[in-house]
Each structure stands twice: as structure tokens, then as C-alpha cells.
Write a protein that binds this ligand. Structure first.
Ligand code: MLT
Ligand code: ZN
Length: 474
């Protein structure tokens, strides 16, 4: 028996033969990322139905020398859940583990299995007047496990924080096949290390999240959605300051969309902006249990007009109009994909550096890809910009990545704000990350997964052999 046939029969004993996928046709949806930029060749895809089955899979893979790539809804934007081409990696899909285990509207928590679809979890919460405030365009396919593994951000981070801020407890299968159970429904827990934090955002490299307890919030009764266009970035930032002052904690989204992005949306998603263009558009949303939001939004808009920051604007008159405004924002990525290939940069910088970053990035990009088209949009309130370059055949992607990320570093930013490093940004992270970050990452990886069983090549190089990553002291 070859190693692979031994593996297939061992995995079939654990999960049942029909849940071990091997044919090209069955494996294909698990082997290519959403962007279709990365395709791997897995040894097989295995679909366990319980935590103990996940643990069994881990033990067999370890014994037989196959590594594991955990996968949720495969909607990530950095190919972090895609195997390499060696046929030596097993894709472990959590998509059969979808149970909503409990929902507590008083304590405001929900306990779910890792493969539960984000949208389903949100719908369950909303049935009892509660909300899981993780808002991402891929909510119909993204899973809770994937959202946790990437510490996903999204549209409401400004108000509710990242996934990390909404995760109360985790159950994780570790690299040795043991299960760490920490499904606590507690807001306060200072007993020992807060170990769940090690796994949130770890992209499946330290353990496999099998279930989670998430914090819920109340569904706000009132909301106001406004789309406006502004003269330039300084005006957008000044308006953000004013909005924070006047609308304060009710501000739930302050999204930035460039005029070029609106152009792409109109061309490739057949949607139309209801207002005249400025250099940038802003989607501002406020939500609250208290009324008076509409007056507050109109006052901000009026002040913006008077000072000369705002070119045009509309406050949604109905839920339908609000949804139409949101549709513009939610179709940016799809429109970009329909145009052709692009090189995404998921960057963040301190808000006060955003203007300088943009000016420097433009000059740097001009030096390696003169005249390149851009799709710039993002979460201005969080200092997170998707600095996406529309690729042409003659573009040198590595050169573009380097110059953009160098400017990010110069302005004290991060090269991975909310999508994770995945496959696309590992090399760049190894190039620009501070030594202390790399040393600590290696220490954690070595402690929790000494043999490099889990998602090799993501976050750190496969065999932990990169000299900079290992460092002299480890
Ligand atoms: C978004 O903000 O819509 C996403 O992060 C998607 C993207 O960067 O394309
Ligand atoms: Zn985003």
C-alpha cells in the first residue's frame, strides 16, 4: 500500500468513505481560491462531522506524514486555505460542522460550530433581536471558523471591532490531535493566558478551530445611511472628524470609495451612483436604539456642504434606498474581478498618515508601473485601504508589491489589515516584519506545532527554516 492509499483508508475509517474526496471534479472547488489566482493539488479533501473526527484526521495525517490545510467557506482573499501543488497536503474542510449549539439572548452569546455560515449565524441571532456585527460581503459563504482564523474585519469594525473583539471562547484541535476546550460564555476572564487569542488570526497554522462562542449585540432600532461625494481626501478625513464629534458612538460605518471604483461598479456591475462624483465617495451609516439619527446625519451633510468639503450627497429615504447605496459598496470587489486580474493590497496606516501614504504610493507605483489603473476603497474610519492595482500583462507584480509595501512601512502601517497574509503576502511579511514579530511568531509555532503539520507555508515558511524567521536566539 502506498502512503496515500494508507491515508485514504485511515481517513475513511474516521469520517466515512464518502467524505474523503479524491476525484479531480470533487476536489476542484476546494483547491482554488475565490480570486482564482491560486490552485493547489491536495492529497485529498476530508470532511469531518465532529470535533472528535477532526482530532482523528489530525492524528492519522501526523502518523502518515501528510500536512493539513484547514478550510472554511473558501472565500478568503489571500489564498490562506489553499494547498500547495505537492499532493502532500490534506484539505480539511469544516463545512459539515454547521450546528448552532446554543443562543443566549440575555447573556448575548451564540455558540456555533466552525463550519456555520456567517449569514446563518447572523440570521439566527436576529430572530431573537440580537446581532453578530461582523459584516463582510462574503457572509453567504464565509464560515465562523474562517472568519476567526483570519480575524476578519469588514464594514462595522469602527463600531464593534474586529472578529477578535467579538470572540469569547474557542474549541481548538491542536497539532498533536488533542482538543483544547475553552467554550466560555464570559465577558470577563483573566484566569491565566487568554490562549484563544493565539488562534484568532493564526490562519490555521497553530490549531484547527472547531467551535466558538461569539458575543452578540442588540439590533439597533434606528439607522441612517448617507452617500456623499467629497472634493479630496483631506475633506473626507475632516468630515470623519466632524462625524465622530457629532454622531459619536452611533457611527457604524465610514467607508471610502474612490471615483475610479464607482466607475468600475457602473461599468462592470451595472449599478449607478445616485449622486454627482467628487474625487472620493463616502458611505456613512449610523445606527442606534435612540432616534434622531437622520437629523444628525443631515446636519453633518449641511456642514460639509457649507465648508466646501462635500460635492453632492443623499440621505436614504427608505430601507430600499439604503440597500441600493450599500449595493454600490458591496459590488466593488466583484466589479474589480469582472474587469480582469488585479493585485490587492490590504493595508492600514494611521489615519493622519493616509494622505501622505497615498501621495507617496502614487509616486512609487509610477516608478514601476506607469499609468497603472487603481481600485482604491476601504474602511476609512479604521485607516484600512484596499490599494488594488488593476493588472496589465506587462506588470511586474513583485515590484509593485514591494514599492507599495515599502511606503506602508514608511508610514507606520500594516501590509495585512484584515485579510490575513495567506499565500500572497508571506514573502512580503518576512521581508518587512520587525525581527521581534518574526521571533515571537516562530516561538509560538514551534511550541504549538513543532513538526509544521498545520497549514505549512502560511504566516511562516514551511519548514521554519527561514533564517530571519527563526532568528539567532531561538
Ligand atoms: C471589502 O472591504 O470589500 C473587502 O475587504 C474586499 C476586498 O478587498 O476586495
Ligand atoms: Zn475590506
Amino acid at each position: 500500500m502506498t502512503d496515500r492509499s494508507q491515508l485514504l483508508s485511515a481517513l475513511a475509517d474516521v469520517v466515512g468513505g464518502r467524505y474523503v474526496l479524491t476525484s479531480n471534479e470533487d476536489v476542484a472547488p476546494y483547491a482554488t481560491d475565490w480570486k482564482r489566482s491560486s490552485t493547489g493539488v491536495p492529497a485529498c479533501v476530508v470532511r469531518p462531522a465532529s470535533t472528535s473526527e477532526v482530532a482523528g484526521v489530525v492524528r492519522h495525517c501526523r502518523e502518515l506524514g501528510f500536512t493539513i490545510v484547514p478550510q472554511g467557506g473558501n472565500s478568503g482573499l489571500a489564498a490562506g486555505a489553499i494547498p500547495d501543488s505537492s499532493a502532500g497536503q490534506v484539505v480539511l474542510s469544516l463545512n459539515r460542522m454547521r450546528a448552532i449549539r446554543s443562543l443566549d439572548p440575555v447573556g448575548m452569546t451564540i455558540e456555533v460550530e466552525a463550519g456555520a455560515i456567517l449569514q446563518t449565524v447572523r440570521e439566527n441571532a436576529s430572530e431573537v433581536g440580537r446581532m453578530l456585527p461582523i459584516a463582510i460581503a462574503a457572509e453567504g459563504s464565509a464560515t465562523i471558523g474562517g472568519v476567526i482564523a483570519t480575524n476578519a474585519g469588514g464594514l462595522n469594525v469602527l463600531r464593534y471591532g474586529m472578529t477578535r473583539d467579538l470572540t469569547l471562547g474557542l474549541e481548538v484541535v491542536l497539532a498533536d490531535g488533542s482538543v483544547a476546550s475553552g467554550l466560555r460564555h464570559l465577558r470577563k476572564d483573566n484566569a491565566g493566558y487568554d490562549w484563544k487569542q493565539w488562534f484568532i488570526g493564526s490562519e490555521g497554522t497553530l490549531g484547527i478551530v472547531t467551535a466558538a462562542v461569539m458575543r452578540l449585540v442588540t439590533v439597533p432600532r434606528h439607522s441612517v445611511t448617507t452617500l456623499l461625494s467629497v472634493t479630496n481626501l483631506d475633506a473626507a478625513i475632516s468630515l470623519f472628524e466632524l462625524t465622530q464629534q457629532d454622531i459619536g458612538e452611533a457611527l457604524s460605518a465610514f467607508e471610502l470609495i474612490s471615483a475610479q471604483s464607482i466607475d468600475l461598479i457602473e461599468r462592470y456591475a451595472q449599478l449607478k451612483s445616485p449622486i454627482a462624483a467628487g474625487e472620493w465617495f463616502i458611505l456613512l451609516e449610523a445606527t442606534s436604539s435612540l432616534s434622531g439619527l437622520r437629523d444628525a446625519a443631515e446636519a453633518v451633510l449641511a456642514a460639509g456642504f457649507e465648508i466646501g468639503w462635500v460635492v453632492d450627497g443623499v440621505v436614504a429615504e427608505s430601507d430600499m434606498q439604503a440597500r441600493q447605496i450599500w449595493a454600490l459598496r458591496e459590488h466593488v470587489t466583484e466589479a474589480e474581478a469582472r474587469r480582469g486580474s488585479s493585485l490587492k493590497h490590504d493595508i492600514s496606516v494611521p489615519l493622519t498618515r493616509m494622505g501622505a501614504f497615498l501621495a507617496d504610493a502614487e509616486a512609487a507605483l509610477e516608478s514601476v508601473a506607469p499609468g497603472a489603473g487603481l481600485n482604491l476603497f476601504g474602511h476609512l474610519g479604521d485607516g484600512n485601504l484596499h490599494y488594488n492595482v488593476l493588472l496589465e500583462p506587462d506588470h511586474d507584480q513583485q515590484a509593485i508589491n514591494r514599492v507599495v509595501h515599502d511606503v506602508v512601512v514608511k508610514h507606520g502601517g500594516s501590509i495585512s489589515a484584515e485579510h490575513g497574509l495567506g499565500q500572497y503576502r508571506v514573502d512580503e511579511w518576512l521581508r518587512v516584519a520587525p525581527d521581534a514579530d518574526l521571533r515571537l511568531a516562530s516561538t509560538l509555532k514551534t511550541a504549538l506545532d513543532p513538526d509544521g503539520l498545520l497549514n505549512p507555508g502560511k504566516i511562516l515558511p514551511s519548514k521554519l527554516s527561514h533564517s530571519k524567521a527563526i532568528g539567532e536566539t531561538i
